[in-house]
Write a protein that binds this ligand. Structure first.
Ligand SMILES: *Cc1c(COP(=O)(O)O)cnc(C)c1O
Length: 393
């Protein structure tokens, strides 16, 4: 029988579990206050950390690029899809990151797929933190390399995995720089030391650290002063950078290799020129104003997290602008999220399978564009709803 009954059955199950979510459709662009079904709600779940999605210099660059180059690149990078604007973006991005080279992909997701799917073979091993992002997990699924997992940030276990890996041609330790669901930072100095002891490559995915950690938002490697000791940095251009895209920052030899072997690079059309131009403008804005924007971002984040903790909320391991409120039960988590929306706050519930079944949470992301009034409004509503659900006393 040609039908979709098994899909319908799975959706029914999601509904029973309270995990079925229709898409939320917004009537305004990304920002701290957004229009939803005719009312303004406070946005607390966007990755637009620095407000760059609507920065005038980025908007101007996008419009100018459309006027100069048109709206599409016409091809994959390896055929006719590398325009001068793509090349310029990679050069300025490499100078910003302080690496030999960068290579830009269509998204952070395809960057991880492209690198992990091509760089390693059956003689190699990849050692991955258990809480790494889905795009890393999927990238690892694509490789013929051997795989080992270490418990989240557990350096003893990482050392154990490295000890077991002596026989492989190369060892790659991969970690998120900032973990997206908990908002904690990878122990990069300890990872680098172990990698050096066991002759391993260090690969850090800075999707949530780009524009958030390090001088002017250069990321976790810069934050910890580890220049030259982290071999592969992945960044996204989709979160704090305000547009969409991803990149590898690392050695020229890896760039040259990926140009010949990374499948999303070879078989999927490059970023539209307006997007590349937007990202280039973002890099320039970061160089000029990144420090100031980040000071506001971190001031807001620390104020907000500290206040929630004083009220008695469980913010888990958060130490960045990602501030989860741990609730536990998936259905209860979604109810809290819905109640907050009634009160004018958009705070996405995150449940299994994105996090463990008993680790449901509403995940709040603080940005530089939130005012203190915005944060106080959110805190007041969170306290009210938190009491209703018995999350705080
Ligand atoms: C969001 C995210 C990605 C994906 O980036 P996109 O540019 O949105 O595709 C990759 N890795 C991590 C750790 C992320 O948080």
């Amino acid at each position: 029988m040609a039908n979709f009954n098994h899909l319908a059955a799975e959706l029914e199950q999601l509904k029973k579990d309270g995990r079925y979510r229709p898409l939320t459709v917004w009537q305004s662009g990304s920002g701290s206050w957004m229009e939803l079904n005719g009312r303004k709600v406070l946005q607390m779940s966007s990755n637009n950390y620095l407000g760059l999605t609507s920065h005038p210099e980025l908007q101007k660059a996008a419009i100018e690029a459309i006027e100069t180059y048109g709206v599409g690149s016409g091809s994959v990078r390896t055929i006719t899809g590398t325009l001068a604007i793509h090349d310029q973006l990679e050069q300025e991005l490499a100078a910003f990151k302080g690496t030999e080279a960068t290579l830009v992909f269509q998204s952070g997701f395809t960057t991880n797929q492209g690198i992990l799917g091509s760089m390693l073979g059956p003689d190699d091993v990849i050692i991955s933190d258990e809480l790494n992002h889905a795009s890393i997990i999927d990238g690892i699924r694509l490789t013929k390399a051997n795989r080992k997992i270490f418990a989240h940030k557990d350096m003893d276990q990482l050392e154990q995995r490295l000890k077991e890996s002596g026989g492989f041609r190369s060892r790659v330790v991969v970690t998120d720089g900032v973990f997206s669901m908990d908002g904690d930072i990878a122990p990069l100095p300890a990872i680098v030391e172990l990698a050096e002891k066991y002759d391993a490559i260090v690969y850090v995915d800075d999707a949530h650290a780009s524009g958030v950690l390090g001088t002017n938002g250069k990321g976790s490697t810069d934050h910890f002063g580890l220049h030259g000791r982290v071999h592969i940095q992945v960044g996204t251009l989709s979160k704090a950078i305000g547009a969409v895209g991803g990149y590898m920052a690392g050695p020229q030899v890896l760039k040259d290799f990926l140009i010949h072997k990374a499948r999303p690079f070879l078989f999927s059309t490059s970023q539209p020129p307006s997007v590349a131009a937007t990202c280039l403008a973002a890099v320039r804005v970061l160089k000029k104003h990144g420090g100031g924007l980040m000071e506001t971002l971190w001031g807001n984040a620390n104020y907000f997290r500290g206040t929630l903790q004083k009220l008695g909320f469980d913010t888990g391991a958060s130490e960045t602008p990602i501030v989860p409120i741990i609730i536990g039960d998936p259905a209860q988590t979604m109810k809290v999220s819905d109640r907050l929306l009634e009160e004018g706050i958009f705070a996405q519930g995150i449940v299994y399978p994105t996090v463990a079944m008993d680790k449901g949470r509403v995940r709040l992301i603080i940005t530089a564009t939130h005012t203190r009034d915005d944060l106080d409004f959110a805190i007041e509503k969170l306290a009210k709803v938190g009491k209703e659900f018995g999350l705080i006393g």
